[in-house]
Ligand binder design. Structure first.
Ligand SMILES: C[S@@+](CC[C@H](N)C(=O)[O-])C[C@H]1O[C@@H](n2cnc3c(N)ncnc32)[C@H](O)[C@@H]1O
Length: 312
């Protein structure tokens, strides 16, 4: 029997309570995963409410089609949430979306299934793509990229200080034989890491960096945040859950930029609200998982949720 991998939804109540303000509204779940948030959103909506979900991962799409086959208020789109403008325009809802939810990063089924190639714990083909139907796999990239590019990715996206040594070891190893499995890559990286942190796999940071690069994760986030401004209705809520500081920094900066507005207007001219481009109100302080949630689901430990409300 095929193994079933499940996902425990993080900040479920908090996210849905912040998101749904109008039960008859049109909502977007930009990261369907296994539908934990989607299911809860649908429960909050009345017969007029609609939910459009998006995911890059064909397995998530198949799951959505099966799970919500009999749910007329639900639709699913395959692609990146960075294409939000197109998906929302196709639904005729530009400027009319009541709320957008983004629960960033990878799902547990992606991490836990060795065949997806994200895991340094279980051996599998070195893939790491959320969208297995397009783009370059981790193996394709790692066997062709220049040493310096590999080092930069591991340093910037993995925040790994031994990135140069690791990139050097990867390039030396691939000259002997192409690197095609997660176990081999993890071993090469671990051997190049001179300082193993207690309780942390020595390849953790490097794997995170490579995953972020292969999936263009930060570029996609920057794009969807900007595009949410045109998609949302006035008063619509943007709710974003991040799992590491690189993601959260982008979200925090984006909200701050549009709450404060343009601070660099030429001096000496009367400034109108329009010119300031203040398009968001802050939805309050960042929210973290409760102790009870962290005890029940350790993955929620690093989750940070931020909320913003479209103002203009
Ligand atoms: C943390 S999981 C979401 C879990 C979901 N909220 C649930 O409760 O089941 C993140 C999901 O977002 C998807 N994803 C990540 N980045 C994406 C992007 N740029 N565009 C579309 N989907 C993306 C991943 O494929 C994954 O399925």
């Amino acid at each position: 029997m095929p193994q079933v991998f499940s996902h425990t939804t993080v900040l479920l109540e908090e996210a849905v309570t912040s998101l749904v303000t109008d039960p008859s509204g049109f909502y977007v779940d930009g990261t369907f995963g296994r539908g934990g948030h989607s299911e809860r959103i649908l429960r909050e909506l009345d017969a007029q409410g609609r939910l459009m979900a998006i995911d890059k991962d064909p397995e998530a799409i198949a799951h959505a089609r099966e799970r919500f086959a009999d749910e007329p208020r639900f639709s699913i789109c395959h692609g990146s949430f960075s294409e939000l403008d197109r998906f929302v325009a196709d639904a005729g809802m530009t400027g009319k979306v009541s709320g957008i939810l983004l629960d960033l990063g990878v799902s547990s089924p992606q991490l836990d299934d060795p065949e997806r190639g994200f895991s340094f714990l279980n051996d599998g083909p070195l893939d790491m793509r959320m969208d297995t139907s397009s783009g370059e796999s981790a193996a394709e990239w790692i066997n062709r990229a220049p040493e310096e590019e590999i080092a930069d990715v591991i340093y910037h996206y993995g925040e790994e200080r031994f990135s140069r040594r690791m990139a050097k070891a990867i390039v030396a190893a691939r000259e002997e034989e192409p690197i095609t499995t997660t176990a081999r890559l993890s071993k090469i990286i671990a051997e190049a890491n001179p300082r193993w942190e207690k309780g942390k796999n020595p390849a953790t940071r490097a794997f995170q960096g490579i995953r972020i690069h292969v999936n263009r994760e930060l570029e996609d986030i920057e794009q969807v945040l900007e595009k949410s401004l045109e998609a949302l209705a006035i008063g619509g809520h943007l709710v974003v859950i991040s799992f590491h500081s690189l993601e959260d920094r982008l979200v925090k900066r984006f909200i701050r930029k549009y709450v404060k507005g343009d601070e660099h207007l030429p001096p000496g001219i009367p400034v109108t609200d329009d010119m300031l481009n203040q398009r968001l109100n802050s939805g309050g302080k960042a929210i973290k998982a409760s102790k009870a949630e962290v005890d029940a689901n350790p993955r929620s430990r690093s989750a940070v949720m931020r909320v913003a409300v479209k103002k203009a």
